[in-house]
Write a protein that binds this ligand. Structure first.
Ligand SMILES: *Cc1c(COP(=O)(O)O)cnc(C)c1O
Length: 374
């Protein structure tokens, strides 16, 4: 089965990992700082905290923001469930606002209408790699006196009006799962602009531990002493994986270029295929494409999905609106609450896209789709 997305690992990536295994540190050592510094090279200098997954990054970001019982998070339903689940596990309630018809990104007007005096965070998702409209969403968050969070699991390396993802919101989360734009196996990071929020994010990653002498409540306890001032978890990304991450970031510009070439080729060769709508790009967006998300018209998405899979092409659907998972239905969220997201979902199909996809494999995807739809 041809995958819809997969990692690209080269000999340098392997050597980077092997080098760490031969050294003194397996967990928190010099590779963590090196990786976080390399990441900041992609976020316009906004400092980054590496963690064990994109889900952990969201959890850390919400915890650092003080999200808890009584707070409300406004977000897009066109995402993986973790964007909402991590806020709800902290006790917050989540309000889903509808998406834009062309990009499937959070619609600033819908987000504005969904905010209230309890809104603590507005979370955008850069669907398929295309940044959301952060100019408009920044104003929405300001009006609600809320923080703006970017779930950039799809979009590291993208820019919006020449500003890199990572510098577009108060906080930005990344995922380094193998299908994403760069991988550490499992892994993630959060980029944080505000120094206080950054400090809370770092601490949450490591049990909330305080070790600095000038911050200890009992500084005379002894040299071994450390204190927990607020609760946290162990979300530390180990040195072994950070070394892989640094090596992958060294290839990210190439990944972006290769993904752009493949997207341009899909756009060109699918232009005359009937019954599909190709992805739209907003002026100002320079996406690092994570997904090639087409829309299959005339109610044929299910059929096309089944027939592509039967032909050995691992197409995917991203995503069922998050509130349609039974856990949300059981809480009273109802189908149809975000009609634009629902109709997007009804038609959406992700075609294979990853840096090592060959042109002949891509031709097979295109020919198979053409044969089904013509
Ligand atoms: C992948 C993904 C996540 C979760 O990242 P993991 O590293 O798999 O935990 C969150 N949000 C979005 C939009 C994603 O695509």
């Amino acid at each position: 089965m041809l995958a819809y997305g997969r990692q690209s690992i080269d000999e340098n990536d392997i050597a980077a990992v092997a080098g760490v295994l031969r050294g003194d540190w397996l967990t928190t050592g010099p590779e963590v700082t090196a990786f976080e510094d390399a990441l900041a090279g992609w976020t316009g200098g906004v400092p980054c905290v590496s963690v064990t997954s994109g889900t952990a990054a969201l959890h850390v970001a919400y915890a650092a923001a003080g999200v808890g019982p009584g707070s409300q998070v406004v977000t897009s339903p066109m995402t993986f469930v973790a964007t909402a689940a991590t806020a709800m596990l902290l006790g917050a309630s989540v309000v889903f606002a509808d998406v834009c018809e062309d990009t499937a990104n959070l619609d600033p007007e819908a987000a504005d209408a969904a905010t209230s005096s309890r809104t603590h965070v507005v979370t955008a998702v850069d669907y398929a790699g295309q940044p959301a409209d952060y100019d408009a969403l920044g104003k929405v968050a300001d009006r609600a006196d809320a923080l703006l969070l970017a779930d950039a699991a799809h979009s590291i390396g993208s820019t919006w009006n020449d500003v890199p993802v990572g510098a577009l919101a108060d906080m930005t989360t990344f995922s380094f799962f193998p299908t994403k734009n760069a991988t550490t196996g499992e892994g993630g990071a959060v980029a944080v602009k505000d120094a206080g929020l950054l400090d809370r994010a770092r601490r949450f990653r490591c049990h909330g531990l305080v070790r600095e002498a000038d911050r200890l409540r009992s500084p005379d306890e002894g040299g071994w002493h450390q204190e927990v001032h607020s609760l946290g978890l162990n979300y530390r990304l180990p040195d072994v994986l950070c070394a892989l991450g640094t090596s992958q970031l060294g290839r990210l510009a190439f990944f972006k270029e290769r993904r752009a070439q493949l997207v341009a080729r899909y756009n060109e060769l699918l232009a005359d295929v009937p019954g599909v709508r190709l992805p739209a790009v907003r002026p100002g967006a320079d996406p690092m494409w994570h997904l090639y998300a087409v829309r299959v018209l005339d109610g044929r998405r299910r059929e096309v999905y089944d027939r592509m899979r039967a032909a050995g092409i691992g197409v995917q659907v991203n995503y069922i609106p998050a509130y349609r998972h039974p856990v949300f239905e059981d809480l009273g969220y109802r189908r149809g609450m975000c009609p634009v997201a629902e109709s997007f979902y009804e038609e959406q199909l992700s075609l294979p896209l990853f840096p090592d996809l060959t042109e002949s494999d891509q031709d097979r995807v295109i020919d198979t789709l053409r044969a089904i739809l013509s």
